[in-house]
Design a protein around this ligand. Structure first.
Ligand code: WT7
Length: 650
């Protein structure tokens, strides 16, 4: 562990829960003991917050590990739980979504009753397009209400969705469509990005052309009104098909273990993994944690999670968790700096947001922009703040707490993953004395630990690997179409134990500090990127012979992508801007989020005798540090060659 991290562990600022919040908190300390005494009884109790058709026979079936089944024998409909039941309970007039478009005057308040109508129409439209239970539907949309509506319509039909982040490339979209076999794609002409329409449909057209006739229909929402190419045999306008449908749709119940969605995430190899989440357990896990971690009071809170629906956070804490809980929330289409850098705070003031959930990278950006910007707005409605996506450094935490939270709002640093589906480690705002920089404690019902190389629990004050010892309701069930990879990736390091891929440390109080990935996965602005995937993209460029990618520490984005490339001989003497060309090439292959911050052209790469690239040494270069131990290099002169080449480039 590096020095900065050991320093972190000596953080001694403490923030006890506000007395008022603690006195009426949804969850109190007693929940931990109760859950430990009988984990399954605890999760059975949490399942009672949902509406089931048939109740489950067994809470957990772990007869065939690592393939878990939760609430077996139970039947449920996620869409009914997120929408219809609130209307049936007389809360139809309650606002479900305050939608805020990027053009500043473009807003819409959608009540639960309206949401029910729209979801029903969309479910009828998808049915007309031939979607039946079990079919997969790909969603490639901006942050507009139709995104939420489509997800819930799919869930209603039992047609698993796969949402692909709008920033991903046509190739990335195509590979996801093919991997999960989606027969319908729902998209828009475009979305708004910093005051300008940004097209989506061309990427879909390109992707669909690569899927060999798999995609039968592309359902297109008109959002920006920009010109789009049109293929009458595939493309249909949302307005033509959805608007004329009946707003009545009688939902069917699905098995608790029926697939709800597939979310692709980067692993250590070039091929993204389709993480499968199923219905009953996922909904229990997300709704319980959303209620517990944010202390949600559905009647009075206004909740806002800034994540895009293209990521798991958007699924668990923007769609399924909050809507299952009947929350009122904000959904914002745009970026934080459009049309001005106070936009988020303006939205909080306007809607009286009480619970706010965002990422450390955003917090660090706001710190850079200066305190005077949030100071112009009334943020006194806020009462709980959340952070997710990467470790939050104590300075950013304390700034968030004081400048945004007025020193009265507890900050919950929530650790989880695409795979875990739900938050697993986090302080509870009414219980935990908070420590800046630490996710602290496993939630009630969660068996997290830090272990050494042999899988033994480390004593307090020591570091190791973050693991889970017991299954949890919203856990992934497998990797779509690849049970072996599921077993190998998560369950093979130590028998019976889920390995998250993160390093962590327990401090002297036993609190957990998550230190980041221990594998070849980078975390850039809270987004997971695979070094191998970016290397493959670089090597696919005709001028590149070899490439190595590392994540280097970055003040704003946490980590930044740094690429080292060896050019082909044929590119020698090429005077074009090869660096710009390669950065754009990666953006085209994967998406703009994967664009390297730096591309360094080098004559050699440091390798061990067995040919493995020593990324540790490259990271030293990328972070401008003294180069570490080079004794295991096949050729120890390589590092000086690389460095002299780079300094002569400057
Ligand atoms: C990885 C999961 C969870 C939704 C967003 C990212 C890192 C996430 C924290 C946190 C330290 C964190 C881990 C994890 N991470 N939250 N609070 N403290 N690290 O989901 O793309 O699946 O990435 O993000 O490294 O393994 P994801």
């Amino acid at each position: 562990m590096n020095d900065a991290l050991s320093n972190l562990m000596h953080e001694d600022r403490r923030f006890p829960p506000p007395a008022e919040l603690a006195a009426s908190a949804n969850v109190t300390a007693e929940a931990y003991d109760r859950a430990t005494q009988d984990r399954e009884a605890f999760w059975a109790e949490q399942a009672e917050r949902l509406d089931w058709g048939r109740k489950w026979d067994r809470v957990l079936d772990w007869d065939n590990p690592p393939f878990a089944k939760w609430y077996t024998g139970g039947t449920i409909n996620a869409s009914v739980n997120c929408v219809d039941r609130h209307v049936a309970a007389g809360r139809g007039d309650k606002v479900a979504i305050h939608w805020v478009g990027e053009p500043a005057d473009d807003t819409r308040d959608i009540t639960y009753a309206q949401l029910q109508d729209e979801v029903s129409r969309a479910a009828n439209a998808l049915t007309e397009l031939g979607v039946v239970k079990g079919d997969r539907v790909a969603i490639y949309l901006p942050m507009i209400p139709e995104a939420v509506v489509t997800m819930l319509a799919c869930a209603r039909l039992g047609a698993p969705h796969t949402v692909v982040f709008g920033g991903f490339s046509a190739d990335a979209l195509a590979s996801r469509i093919v991997d999960c076999g989606a027969k319908v794609v729902v998209t828009a002409d475009g979305g708004y990005r910093r005051n300008a329409p940004s097209a989506l449909k061309p990427a879909v057209d390109e992707a669909v052309a690569k899927t060999d006739g798999l995609v039968e229909h592309v359902l297109v929402v008109r959002r920006t009104g920009q010109e789009v190419a049109w293929n009458d045999s595939v493309d249909v306008w949302w307005d033509d098909v959805v608007a004329r449908q009946s707003s009545e749709h009688t939902p069917k119940l699905h098995d608790s273990e029926h697939p709800l969605y597939v979310m692709y995430t980067s692993g250590t190899t070039g091929k993204p993994k389709g993480i499968l989440h199923t219905t009953g357990g996922y909904l229990v896990g997300t709704s319980y944690t959303h209620w517990a971690v944010f202390d949600l009071k559905p009647d009075t809170d206004v909740y806002w999670c800034t994540a895009d629906i293209g990521w798991v956070t958007g699924h668990s804490y923007l769609v399924y968790g909050p809507l299952a809980n009947g929350a009122t929330q904000v959904l914002y289409e745009g970026t934080p700096d459009s049309p001005h850098k106070g936009r988020w705070w303006e939205i909080i003031e306007k809607y009286g947001v009480t619970i706010f959930y965002t990422a450390p990278t955003a917090i660090r950006t706001f710190m850079k922009w200066g305190d005077d910007i949030p100071a112009k707005y009334d943020l006194s409605s806020l009462r709980v703040l959340g952070s997710v996506g990467e470790p939050i450094n104590p300075e950013a935490y304390v700034w968030y707490r004081s400048t945004i939270g007025g020193d009265r709002c507890p900050v919950v640093d929530t650790w989880w993953q695409t795979e875990t589906g739900q938050i697993l480690i986090s302080p509870l705002p009414g219980v935990t004395e908070a420590k800046p920089g630490s996710a602290q404690v496993p939630l009630p019902g969660i068996a997290a630990d830090v272990v050494d190389d042999d899988g033994n629990s480390v004593p307090d004050g020591h570091g190791g690997y973050l693991i889970l010892r017991e299954p949890w309701p919203a856990m992934l069930r497998t990797i779509w179409g690849d049970d072996e990879r599921y077993k190998d990736t998560y369950w093979s390091r130590w028998p019976g134990v889920y390995f998250a891929g993160d390093g962590a440390k327990k401090d002297e109080d036993g609190d957990i500090w998550v230190l980041g990935r221990v594998d070849d996965v980078m975390n850039v602005s809270g987004h997971r990127l695979s070094t191998t995937e970016i290397e493959s993209a670089l090597v696919s460029h005709p001028k590149v012979a070899e490439a190595a990618v590392v994540g280097a520490a970055d003040e704003t984005t946490g980590q930044a992508v740094c690429a080292f490339v060896i050019l082909r001989d044929s590119a020698a003497g090429d005077t074009s801007d090869i660096v710009a060309e390669l950065r754009n090439h990666v953006a085209k292959e994967i998406g703009a989020i994967a664009k390297p911050r730096q591309v360094m052209v080098v004559p050699e790469l440091p390798k061990t005798r067995s040919g493995k690239i020593m990324r540790r040494l490259l990271r030293d270069v990328a972070e401008n540090r003294e180069i570490g131990d080079v004794t295991t290099l096949a050729d120890s002169s390589v590092m000086s060659l690389i460095q002299s080449g780079l300094s002569s480039n400057d």
